[in-house]
Design a protein around this ligand. Structure first.
Ligand SMILES: [Zn+2]
Length: 193
């Protein structure tokens, strides 16, 4: 399995709307799904969308069990990574078909390093998706699991949680990105000389 490169904001590839998979494509995508799960665990995330690794397919992986990395490593190198982690959820073509209530959670994102913000989302959701075998499943999720589903499905639509953060927080972060770019350039210049 490969550790995939995770795209970082403001990479425009993160804004591409991903395409649904046919049931046949579901089976063909298993090697990619293994890489996605592997990358999520290695990066110590609780969710990852194919969009975040530059793949234009509606696939997400989630594991909110928050086991320590050491606990997870038992199955990381195994070929059956997808079966070995019973807390791992793979959802293909996920669609929210029901939403109720509100919850505010402090979110972070592997594609937006060093940025956290309180985001309001639905507290209870139902998601219709295909599982690994291409079979349709309905998943009920609430609290953190529901939040992660909504965050990852947003990725598939090219939406980032920073878009939903307060305009002030967003502009401060954007300013800090510009600053770090300038710093890097100065450093490059000094190296050249
Ligand atoms: Zn994210």
């Amino acid at each position: 399995m490969r550790f995939l490169n995770i795209l970082e904001y403001p990479d425009l590839k993160l804004r591409i709307k991903a395409k649904p998979l046919s049931p046949d494509e579901t089976l063909e995508s298993i090697p990619l799904i293994k890489d996605l799960a592997y990358t999520m665990y290695k990066a110590d995330g609780v969710g990852l969308a194919a969009t975040q690794v530059g793949v234009n397919k509606r696939i997400i992986v989630i594991d909110i069990s928050r086991k320590t990395v050491k606990d997870k490593v038992f199955s990381l190198e195994e070929e059956n990574i997808l079966n070995a982690n019973k807390d791992l959820i793979v959802a293909i073509n996920p669609q929210i078909i029901f939403k109720e209530g509100n919850i505010v959670y402090e979110e972070g994102c592997l594609s937006i390093p060093k940025f956290n913000a309180d985001i309001e989302r639905a507290n209870e959701i139902k998601v219709r998706a295909l599982d690994l075998s291409g079979k349709e499943v309905i998943i009920e999720a609430q609290g953190l699991l529901g939040v992660v589903f909504q965050h990852e499905i947003d990725h598939l639509d090219g939406i980032l949680f920073i878009d939903k953060a307060s305009p002030l927080k967003r502009s401060l972060y954007n300013a800090s990105l510009k600053k770090s770019k300038v710093k890097k350039r100065e450093k490059d210049v000094s190296y050249t000389f």
